[in-house]
Design a protein around this ligand. Structure first.
Ligand code: HEC
Length: 258
C-alpha cells in the first residue's frame, strides 16, 4: 500500500505531503510490514492492559500478604531515634555522613554533588552526541556510568553497614500501651533511682535499654539486676533502702501489657 495510505495533509505547513518528502529517516507506514504489525487500538492496547492488570493484581496480593513493617508512632521530640530512608535513597543519605558533605558543607552533599551527577545524566543526550552506540566505543559515557554504579553500590553498602539495625529495631518496636500508675510509690522510686532515664518515661524501653514491661522475672531477680546490674546495665544504680527496692521490684513485676 502507498505510504500514508495516499492521504494528503493539508492545512498544516509543518507536515509535508508524501511526494514532497525528501528526508530519508521518516519511518515507513506500518502497512508496509504485512503480517508483522497489529492495530494499536484495540489489539495492542488490550494486550498491554492485560499484562498491566496481571501485575497490578500481583502487587495487590503481595501488599495484602506482606503488609509494610510499621514502627511505633513518630515522636519529633525524640532525639534517640535514627530514621533511615528506604534502600534506594541510602546512598544519598550515606553521602551526607562524610566530612566534606556534612555540617557546614551539607549543601555540597545535599545539592552540589547530586546536582552535578543528575544534571550530567540529564544532559548526557546533548553532551554525548557521537554516532557510536556500542559501550566499548564510548569510553567516557561507559566510564562515568560504571563509576556511578560503583559509587552507589559502595555508598549503599556503607549505609547498611554503619546503621545499628538491632538498636533501631528495638527502639522502633511497637509496644502495647501500658497503663502506668505514675502516682504509685513504685513509679516514684523508679524516677528517683534514675531507672526512667534509660528505660523510658513509661518503662517502655529506649535506644539505651530494653522495655521493663511484661518481664518474665521474679521480684528478687529484678532487685538483683537493679543493684548488681546485668550485661550492659551497670551495677550500683539502685541506691535506696531495702524497702524501696522491694516496692520498686514489685511495681516492675506488676507491669503487664494491656
Ligand atoms: C544506664 C542506663 C540504665 C539505668 C539507669 C537502668 N538500667 Fe536497667 N538496663 C539497662 C540495660 C542496658 C539493660 C539491658 C542489659 C542486658 O543487656 O542484659 C537493662 C536491663 C534491665 C533489666 C532486665 C530486663 C530484661 O529484659 O531482662 C531490668 C529488670 C532492669 N534493667 C531494671 C532496672 C531498674 C529497676 C533500674 C533502676 C534502679 C534500672 N534498670 C536502671 C540500662 C539501665
Amino acid at each position: 500500500m502507498h505510504r500514508g495510505k495516499g492521504m494528503k495533509f493539508v492545512g498544516d505547513s509543518r507536515v509535508l505531503a508524501p511526494e514532497a518528502r525528501t528526508m530519508k529517516n521518516i519511518p515507513k507506514d506500518y502497512s508496509e510490514y504485512p503480517g508483522k504489525t497489529e492495530a494499536f487500538w484495540p489489539n495492542f492496547l488490550l494486550k498491554e492492559w492485560l499484562v498491566g492488570a496481571v501485575f497490578l493484581v500481583g502487587f495487590l496480593c503481595l501488599t495484602v500478604a506482606h503488609p509494610s513493617p510499621l514502627e511505633r508512632i513518630a515522636d519529633p521530640s525524640d532525639t534517640g531515634y535514627t530514621p533511615m530512608p528506604d534502600w534506594y535513597f541510602l546512598f544519598l543519605y550515606q553521602l551526607l555522613k562524610y566530612e566534606f558533605a556534612a555540617g557546614p558543607y551539607t549543601v555540597v552533599g545535599a545539592m552540589v554533588i547530586p546536582g552535578i551527577a543528575f544534571g550530567a545524566l540529564l544532559l548526557a543526550p546533548f553532551i554525548d552526541r557521537g554516532p557510536e552506540r556500542r559501550p566499548s566505543k564510548r569510553p567516557l559515557a561507559t566510564g562515568f556510568m560504571l563509576l556511578a554504579i560503583a559509587a552507589i553500590t559502595f555508598l549503599t553498602w556503607q549505609g547498611v553497614d554503619a546503621h545499628d539495625w538491632e538498636a533501631a529495631k528495638e527502639y522502633g518496636k511497637i509496644t502495647a500501651d501500658v497503663e502506668i500508675d505514675k502516682a504509685s510509690d513504685g513509679y516514684k522510686i523508679a524516677g528517683e533511682q534514675t531507672c526512667l532515664t534509660c528505660h523510658g518515661e513509661n518503662l517502655q524501653g529506649s535506644a539505651a535499654a530494653p522495655s521493663l514491661i511484661g518481664l518474665d522475672l521474679t521480684v528478687d531477680e529484678i532487685s538483683k539486676i537493679a543493684t548488681d546490674g546485668q550485661n550492659k546495665m551497670p551495677a550500683g544504680i539502685f541506691k535506696g533502702t531495702d524497702e524501696e527496692l522491694q516496692k520498686l521490684s514489685e511495681f516492675i513485676t506488676g507491669l503487664a501489657e494491656e
